[in-house]
Design a protein around this ligand. Structure first.
Ligand SMILES: Cc1ncc(COP(=O)(O)O)c(C=O)c1O
Length: 392
């Protein structure tokens, strides 16, 4: 079927994080292009499966450990990425961020160092620090309109005895890099040299630009599978974030035991919601057609932003977006003071972005635009942004 992504779907009034928490200063007609979920309606097979589940009328305790779900997850990764996952290595978490917090509990002790690469999804910093661990930042290096890793710096930081491992963002939010195999291999080789673990957050894996392919870290490095954990989820891919469902791939048997002890036993996390389970099975077994169309639509939005900036905002720079639906826009030449930039965007333009600075000081003067929305919203957002920047 052909999906209609152009028609606006009203999200206000649903306790929606993105639309129902807009600061008052942004005004009644504010456009939020912030939090990373989509304004695009979900795939029809998911809606149908949820309707059928609701019609059953009982919503009791629901078991994640079931063949149908595991078959759906492994089938998806086999088909889309050629990655063979052992069903016994899949663990439930109500989200990838909770999983990062769980993993930190048993992979590290208080005071231990964890490498991250800023600018990066802010909970990486937040969860490491909130758990009393130390952020070891190995900043990405800007090269023209893209970013690269600094492997010498990574080597130095992995070498430190206090560093226990790294949280990798692959694809990378917010800079939009889809890491090449040679880059991923280098990280693995460095981690291996010092015998450190890598948690690879691959929540954006399915959302690459058409023609760009993501490589799952465990597929690339089966030789180091004992020290790699991959976090996956259908939430970004199929716009199911509120279903609170993610699949954490842990091949190491000792880590599996520790997960069971800390997460299942001590924290008592393991039961899933009947809606989450229903949605994920439908998504991974019947969602492909929708995803292909959604990716093409988002690609169109990103191309629109790129050409708008080229034609109308000569002092701005869009970073190459290879993956995620998030556009990383450098406005430093207009305004490098992050507070002033935020004020301009919120009060004058009436746009709520995820401000660049929340991803670390490396993000000062940037805005992150969520392009998984209606084309008309993207157009309005860019026109308002231009009008506000023109006043400077
Ligand atoms: C890299 C990354 N990891 C995790 C999440 C959120 O994961 P969850 O909602 O499953 O906790 C996001 C959401 O934007 C993200 O960009």
């Amino acid at each position: 079927m052909k999906y209609d992504f152009d028609t606006l779907v009203e999200r206000r009034g649903t306790h929606c994080c993105k639309f129902d928490t807009i600061p008052e200063e942004a005004g009644k007609n504010a456009i939020p292009v912030s939090i990373a979920d989509m304004d695009l309606p979900c795939a029809e097979p998911i809606i149908r499966a949820l309707h059928e589940r609701i019609d059953q009328r009982i919503f009791g305790y629901t078991v994640y450990e079931n063949e149908v779900c595991k078959e759906a997850v492994t089938g998806w990764y086999r088909k889309r990425f050629g990655w063979e996952i052992d069903k016994d290595d899949i663990f439930f978490s109500p989200g990838v961020v909770p999983a990062l917090a769980f993993l930190i509990q048993f992979l590290t002790k208080e005071g231990d160092g964890v490498i991250i690469q800023r600018p990066v999804y802010h909970p990486f910093t937040g969860k490491v620090e909130a758990n009393g661990r130390k952020v070891i930042n190995s900043p990405l290096v800007r090269k023209g309109s893209t970013y690269e890793m600094d492997f010498d710096d990574l080597d130095r930081k992995f070498a430190d005895e206090n560093t226990k491992g790294m949280i990798l963002c692959s694809p990378h939010n917010p800079v939009g890099r889809v890491w090449r195999e040679d880059e991923l291999r280098k990280i693995v080789d460095i981690a291996k040299k010092y015998d450190k673990w890598i948690i690879s957050d691959e929540i954006h894996a399915d959302l690459t630009r058409i023609g760009v392919t993501h490589t799952p870290l465990l597929k690339l490095a089966p030789d180091y599978s004992d020290r790699i954990i991959v976090c996956t989820a259908p939430s970004k891919t199929f716009n199911l974030a509120g279903m609170q469902f993610s699949n954490i791939i842990i091949p190491n048997k000792e880590y599996q035991k520790q997960w069971n002890e800390v997460v299942s036993n001590r924290l008592s996390v393991g039961m899933c919601s009947p809606f989450g389970l229903t949605a994920i099975i439908a998504a991974y077994t019947e969602g492909e057609e929708w995803l292909d169309q959604a990716r093409a639509y988002i690609d169109g939005n990103i191309r629109y932003i790129e050409s708008f900036v080229k034609e109308n905002l000569p002092k701005a720079a869009v970073m190459d977006c290879q993956g995620t639906y998030l556009v990383w826009l450098d406005l430093n030449e207009y305004c490098s003071d992050p507070e002033k930039l935020e004020e301009l965007m919120v009060r004058k333009a009436g746009i709520v972005f995820d401000e660049g600075y929340i991803f670390g000081p490396e993000g000062n003067g940037f805005e992150r635009i969520n392009a998984a929305t209606q084309r008309s919203t993207v157009e309005a957002c860019m026109n308002r942004m231009k009008a506000a920047l023109d006043t400077l």
